[in-house]
Every structure is written in structure tokens, then in C-alpha cells.
Design a protein around this ligand. Structure first.
Ligand SMILES: Cc1cc2nc3c(=O)[nH]c(=O)nc-3n(C[C@H](O)[C@H](O)[C@H](O)COP(=O)(O)OP(=O)(O)OC[C@H]3O[C@@H](n4cnc5c(N)ncnc54)[C@H](O)[C@@H]3O)c2cc1C
Length: 480
């Protein structure tokens, strides 16, 4: 197993439980990859995932490998789910679960027709989820024929792979603020709303149907729980040991070579590293033609005092949300970004009377050598950009500038160093176009005995899909 991110840990646990001899290598001296809670001076910040959805995927893993998920982590439902503020100053607060209550909340705050239009869209999302959960998202894609299960004209019209998320939203929703809200889900895979498939409407459907969750003490505790489970099942961890290359012979893997030149034989190699970086590990330098996904720029702020009325998850949209995607497509930091804040009410995550704020905006990947790329390694420029983000937040009605005790910045450059991607593109390639599912790095091959798991492989990024990719890979490998 190369990489102990969420996907790598999940495969390791599943395969060890299937009696494989598993060794997990990670360059880092800790497990979790992007799934990590940074702790300092009594404050704790989820520096990657801060929202846990579809816990059923991980429930399944824990159930198949030992005691249940709930015995390992403190799963807490977020209620309410998200508070949104739009460019015109209007607000929308949505519950943490229940489609009925979500529709009612939209109806109450934006008017009955807006609520109804959301309900209709979410009915379609339910159909798409039913059609794709097992046959597309829950299975290894071996080629176009696989998608034939969707070839019944009615099903195809429902999924409409040729429609973008944005188009589906503008057609169905009567209130432009809901289109803005829906567009944001494209960024859950680092993509453009006008290019991401309409099937992304399943993301808010999954949130409302299966709930939004926090993990007591921070989501990083899930990584530790997965690691404990894998170890208990017999997996060995070699942290601080990176894999430099994958050895192959006659088109099949024979093992890996570590950074310290140790050859470790293996008949199966599972990679959790960024799929764009993988081919180089067996000497293939073919470059991908796919668009790289976006990254994120975060401010981890230790905030003095408490904030009345602030929810666990909040988003402040700009007046012109399209401008965010124009800037991202041009490779420049977003001048007027949507600002996401995660401020858990969790006594394990801040000293009494203070708050830990994770403030995130979408950002282009670190690409100092690309013609229009941005260099995120300039500390002074990063500090100025962080000031700009806090100024914007103040202008949108949430001024914490005088309350910040200290802050840590996490740029695309930092992400790229930490997860081995080099550029911090969180999801590897973007999910753009009708056939994006076929263009994503597949779970099997291309070399015999090699498997790919994680957020840059099929079916995609985010903890639920990463957990599904681990399930697919473990099923494909089978029992020892
Ligand atoms: C800022 C941010 C916010 C996010 N928010 C959410 C959210 O709210 N909800 C959600 O569900 N998801 C969210 N995500 C996405 C989610 O974090 C990822 O999709 C998921 O954690 C990726 O897991 P992975 O298995 O791909 O491994 P990664 O986390 O990418 O880990 C890969 C591991 O491989 C190791 N590695 C790399 N190269 C080598 C090598 N050569 N040898 C050995 N080891 C190597 C790295 O050290 C790393 O530990 C967010 C991500 C970020 C960055």
C-alpha cells in the first residue's frame, strides 16, 4: 500500500481483514494524508475534510473488519447543517438532515416556489443516486460498456451526462440564490459548475438524506481509527518511508522501491498517491490531457471569544459567484471568493471561551512554472491574501480581525508538499465533461497487480467516494 490517506487506510484495513499480508508505506510520519486535525495550544483544526457525509460507507468497513464505527469515533450529527449568506445580504439556514425539512426551510426563507423547485431537483437527484450508486460509483469502470446499464432512454434522460451542474440548476430552480448554492457543489471535486456533470446534484441529496456529521475531537480521529483497525487486522505501517518507484516485470508488478533504495517484493501494489503522479513511478512519463482540479487556501485562526449566532458550517457568497470561476480558470487567486468557515462547537477543539476557525476559499493549484500559473510559495503574498480574505469577511458582516490570537496559513503549495501531489490539486483531475467518469484514473491497472484508490481515482474525491473506492479495490483483489 503506497500512501496512508483515507483511501489507503481503508484498503489496508479491508485487505488485512481478508488475510492479506499488508505493508503500508507513507512518506509522512503520520497517517491520514489530507484527513488530518492539526492541534496547537488547545486549538484544533480540521485542515482537510471538515464535513463528514455518508458515514454508511465507513460503517460498512468497520462492520466487516471488527467492532462498529460508533465504538471507534464520536459521530455527531451537525444540526443545523449550513448557514449561507448571499451577495445581496440574504441568508439561508439549512438543517443537517431530512429532505422534507430542507425543502421547508427553503420554502420558509425564499418562498414556496423556491422550495418546490428544490424538491423537484432533489427528486431527480434521488433517481440519479439510485441509478449510479452501485452501477457507476460502486464499481470499477472497465470501459464505456460498463455505462450501458444507463442506456435505457429514460434513465439516460434522467442522468443526462451531457448537462452541466449549472445548467441543471438554472433549468430547475426558480431562485438564482439556489443556483449559486448548487454551483458550489462543483467545487467538492475542484471543478467548474458549468463543466461538472449534472449528476453532482446527488451531493446535496446525499447530505440532506443521510446527514451531515462531525467527529468529536476532529475528523482526523477517523484516520487514527482506520489505522488502529488496519493494525489490529495485521497490517504493518512503515511511516516516514516513501515509495520511489514500482517495479514491474512482463507487465505485472513485482514490488516497490523505497526512498532508501530498499526493494520490497509484492504481488499486489495499491496506490493511494495522486494518480497524476503514479505513471512516473514505473517509468511512464505520458502526461495527462485532463484539467487539473482546483486547490484551496485556508486560514487556521485561533479566535478569542465566542461568536453569537455562528453555525458550525457557514458560507458567505460574493455578489458575483461566476467571477470566482473566471479567476480559477485563469489560474489566479480569487479576488472575491466564496468564504467557507468551519467553526465546530466542540470542547476538544478550542480552549473554553475561544474558537478554532478553519477559513477556506477555493484557489488555483500551485503552478509557478505554468504560463498563467500562480506561485503559492511566496509567504509575504500569502499573508496579504489572508488579510484580504479576512477584510472581505468583515465587509460581509463577520469581522474577526481584532480577535485573531494567531493564525496559520495552508496554501496549495503546502498541500502539495504534504500529500505528494506537488501542486495541491486536491482531486487530481477535475470532473469536467460528459465522460469525466471514464477519464478518471481507474481502480484497476494499467499494470497487472496494480490498483488505484483515493480521491484522485474513480469514483472521486471526498471521504464518501474515497471509502467507496477502497471498497471497490478490496473487492477486486478479493481474499488472500
Ligand atoms: C482543504 C480540504 C478540504 C476538504 N474538505 C472535505 C470535506 O469537507 N469533506 C470530505 O469528505 N472531503 C473533503 N476533502 C477531500 C478529502 O480530504 C480527500 O478526498 C481525501 O482525504 C483523500 O484521501 P486519499 O485516499 O486520496 O489520500 P490523501 O489524503 O491524498 O493521502 C495520500 C497519502 O499518500 C502519501 N504519499 C504520497 N506520495 C507517496 C509516496 N511516493 N510514497 C509513500 N507515500 C506517499 C502522502 O503522504 C499521503 O499521506 C477536502 C480536502 C482538502 C484538502
Amino acid at each position: 500500500m503506497i500512501g496512508a490517506g483515507a483511501g489507503g487506510l481503508a484498503v489496508a484495513a479491508r485487505l488485512a481483514a481478508k488475510r492479506h499480508e499488508v505493508t503500508v508505506f507513507d512518506t509522512a510520519d503520520r497517517v491520514g494524508g489530507k484527513l488530518y486535525t492539526l492541534r496547537r495550544d488547545g486549538f484544533a483544526f480540521d485542515t482537510g475534510p471538515s464535513l463528514f457525509t455518508l458515514p454508511a460507507v465507513y460503517r460498512d468497513l468497520f462492520m466487516h473488519t471488527g467492532p462498529p464505527l460508533e465504538s471507534e469515533i464520536d459521530l455527531q450529527e451537525c444540526e443545523p447543517g449550513f448557514a449561507y449568506q448571499f451577495g445581496d445580504g440574504s441568508r439561508l439556514e439549512l438543517p443537517g438532515s431530512s429532505m422534507g425539512r430542507t425543502v421547508a426551510a427553503i420554502g420558509d426563507q425564499f418562498g414556496p416556489s423556491a422550495g418546490e423547485s428544490w424538491r423537484e431537483l432533489m427528486r431527480r437527484a434521488a433517481d440519479i443516486w439510485r441509478l449510479t450508486r452501485t452501477n457507476v460509483l460502486g464499481t470499477a469502470i472497465r470501459g464505456r460498456r460498463q455505462l450501458m446499464s444507463l442506456s435505457r432512454p429514460r434513465d439516460l434522460r434522467t442522468v443526462a451526462p451531457w448537462r452541466s451542474l449549472h445548467d441543471m440548476g438554472t433549468d430547475a430552480l426558480t431562485d438564482s440564490r439556489l443556483v449559486t448554492l448548487l454551483d458550489r457543489y462543483a467545487t467538492y471535486s475542484g471543478s467548474q459548475p458549468r463543466k461538472a456533470p449534472g449528476a453532482f446534484i446527488t451531493i446535496p441529496y446525499v447530505e440532506a438524506t443521510f446527514g451531515m456529521w462531525h467527529i468529536g475531537g476532529g475528523l482526523g480521529n477517523l484516520a487514527d481509527a482506520l489505522c488502529r483497525r488496519a493494525e489490529k487486522a495485521g497490517a504493518q505501517f512503515r511511516l516516514g518511508t516513501g515509495v520511489r518507484s514500482i517495479d514491474t516485470c512482463n507487465g505485472a508488478v513485482t514490488g516497490v522501491v523505497t526512498d532508501s533504495d530498499e526493494m520490497v517484493p509484492a504481488d499486489i501494489v495499491v496506490s493511494d498517491v495522486d494518480s497524476r503522479r503514479l505513471p512516473a513511478m514505473w517509468g511512464d512519463d505520458a502526461s495527462s490531457t485532463q484539467t487539473d482540479s482546483y486547490s484551496g487556501f485556508a486560514i487556521l485562526a485561533a479566535v478569542a471569544g465566542t461568536t453569537d449566532g455562528l453555525r458550525h458550517h457557514s458560507v458567505w457568497f460574493p455578489a458575483d459567484y461566476d467571477g470566482e470561476f473566471t479567476d480559477l480558470a485563469a489560474g489566479r487567486p480569487v479576488a472575491d471568493p466564496a468564504i467557507y468557515v468551519c467553526r465546530p462547537v466542540d470542547p476538544q477543539m478550542a480552549p473554553p471561551g475561544d474558537e478554532a476557525w478553519f477559513i477556506l476559499v477555493n484557489a488555483p493549484r500551485h503552478a509557478p512554472d505554468a504560463p498563467d500559473g500562480h506561485d503559492w510559495s511566496d509567504d509575504a503574498a500569502n499573508e496579504r491574501y489572508a488579510d484580504d480574505v479576512l477584510d472581505l469577511l468583515a465587509r460581509r458582516g463577520m469581522d474577526i480581525r481584532h480577535r485573531v490570537r494567531w493564525r496559520i496559513l495552508q496554501t496549495p503549495f503546502d498541500l502539495g508538499l504534504r500529500d505528494g501531489s506537488g501542486d495541491g490539486a486536491i482531486y487530481g483531475t477535475a470532473a469536467h465533461g460528459a465522460m469525466s467518469v471514464l477519464h478518471r484514473a481507474q481502480n484497476i491497472g494499467p499494470v497487472r497487480g496494480l490498483f488505484r484508490v483515493g480521491g484522485t481515482a474513480h469514483p472521486g474525491g471526498g471521504l464518501p467516494l474515497v471509502g467507496m473506492s477502497a471498497e471497490i479495490v478490496a473487492e477486486e483483489i478479493g481474499r488472500a
